[in-house]
Write a protein of this length. Structure first.
Length: 334
C-alpha cells in the first residue's frame, strides 16, 4: 500500500497520491509520492477506498480565487474531499474507534486543509467522521458524504424545513440535489424538484412529489408558496425567488455569490430568510445519513473512474448533465 525507505537512521514512510505540482498548474493530474500523514490527538489515519469529484476540486486545481478559500496552496497539491475507507492507525482520545473500522466523511472546505482524498491515506478528526455501515458500500458512502451533510444541514438547519412543509429543490439531478430530494422526504416535506429533460425520470425515481422540467417551464414561475427554496445549483437568487416563498420562507443556495449578499441584506428587512453557511463534516449528521442509506436513501452514482484517471473523472464532472456523483476509486486505482 505504501513504500518505506531509510535516510540514514531515520525511517521515511511515503504513499501514492494524484494531484498537481501546484495550484493553477498547466499540466494534468499526475502521480506523486508524498509523506504518509500521522494521526494526532483525536485523529485517525484512514486508508482511502473511495472518493468522489466535487466542484471545489476544479476550483483549487485551476488556481481560482475561490479555490484559495477551500484548500491550502501547497506543493504538490492533492485534492479530493469525500472519502470512505478503513482506519489504519489511531492517535490518542479517539473513543471507541480502532484500526480496521470502516468510516466515512469529508475533509474541511477550508484554506487550512493541506491534504486530499485522492491519496492512499489521510487523517481525520474523530468528531468529523462516522462509521460506515456494513450494508453500505464504500463508493456509496463516499458519494453521500458531502452532499448528504449539505442537504441535511441546509434544509433542516438553514432552511428550517418542517414536517409537512413545501420545498422547491433546484438542480435536483446533481450530487447535492439528488440527495436533497430523498432527505427532504425523510424530513416529511412535500418536494417539488427542478431538473432538465434528460433527468426527469431519474428525479421522479428519487421520490419527488412533483417534477418541473426547466427546459419546458421557468422554475421562477412554479406556483408557491414554498417554505424552503433549496437552490442546489445556485442558479438563481433570493431576489428572483422571493415571490415564491412563504411569508416566513427561506431561500438557501449552496455557493456564496454577490447575489447572496444582496439577498441577505434584503431579507433582513422582511420575515423571510436568505441563508448560507459552510457545510460541516459533523459525526452526528453523517451517522444520520448512514442510517438513511441503510433505510433506502439513494446516493446516485453517474460514473466511476480509477484515481489514476482523475483528469477524465473531472472532465466528466465538468461536462454536466449528471445523474448523481462521479466516484473515484482510490484503493487499487493507482
Amino acid at each position: 500500500m505504501f513504500a518505506e525507505t531509510k535516510l540514514g537512521t531515520e525511517e521515511v514512510t511515503t504513499m501514492k497520491a494524484i494531484g498537481w505540482p501546484h495550484s493553477g498548474a498547466t499540466t494534468g493530474a499526475q502521480l506523486f509520492e508524498i509523506a504518509t500523514p500521522k494521526p494526532g490527538r483525536g485523529q485517525v489515519r484512514v486508508r482511502v477506498v473511495s472518493s468522489a469529484v466535487n466542484p471545489a476540486d476544479g476550483k483549487i486545481a485551476n488556481g481560482e480565487f475561490a479555490g484559495r478559500l477551500l484548500h491550502a496552496r501547497v506543493s504538490p497539491l492533492v485534492a479530493g474531499y469525500d472519502f470512505s475507507g478503513v482506519i489504519e492507525s489511531c492517535g490518542e482520545d479517539v473513543g471507541d474507534l480502532k484500526p480496521g473500522d470502516e468510516v466515512f466523511g469529508f475533509l474541511a472546505y477550508s484554506s487550512a486543509t493541506r491534504q486530499g482524498a485522492f491519496a492512499e491515506m489521510l487523517t481525520a478528526n474523530r468528531g468529523e467522521i462516522a462509521r460506515k455501515p456494513a450494508g453500505v458500500s464504500h463508493e456509496t458512502a463516499a458519494a453521500a458524504a458531502t452532499p448528504g451533510a449539505t442537504a441535511l444541514q441546509f434544509l433542516r438547519d438553514l432552511g428550517r424545513l418542517h414536517e409537512g412543509g413545501r420545498v422547491l429543490i433546484i438542480g435536483a439531478a446533481g450530487g447535492v440535489g439528488s440527495l436533497a430530494v430523498g432527505i427532504a422526504k425523510r424530513l416529511q416535506a412535500q418536494v417539488t424538484a427542478v431538473c432538465s429533460t434528460y433527468a426527469v425520470d431519474f428525479v421522479r425515481g428519487l421520490g419527488a412529489d412533483e417534477i418541473v422540467d426547466r427546459r419546458k417551464q421557468d422554475p421562477l414561475t412554479v406556483p408557491g408558496p414554498f417554505d424552503v427554496i433549496f437552490d442546489a445549483a445556485t442558479a438563481h437568487s433570493y431576489l428572483a425567488c422571493r415571490r415564491q416563498l412563504a411569508k416566513t420562507g427561506s431561500y438557501v443556495p449552496t455557493l456564496p455569490s454577490t447575489g447572496l449578499l444582496v439577498g441577505m441584506a434584503l431579507a433582513a428587512f422582511s420575515s423571510q430568510r436568505c441563508a448560507f453557511a459552510a457545510v460541516k463534516s459533523a459525526a452526528k449528521d453523517l451517522e444520520q445519513v448512514a442510517a438513511w442509506l441503510l433505510d433506502g436513501l439513494q446516493a446516485p452514482i453517474e460514473a466511476r473512474f480509477p484515481v489514476r484517471e482523475l483528469g477524465a473523472a473531472m472532465d466528466r464532472f465538468a461536462k454536466g448533465e449528471l445523474r448523481g456523483r462521479v466516484v473515484v476509486q482510490v484503493e487499487g486505482g493507482f
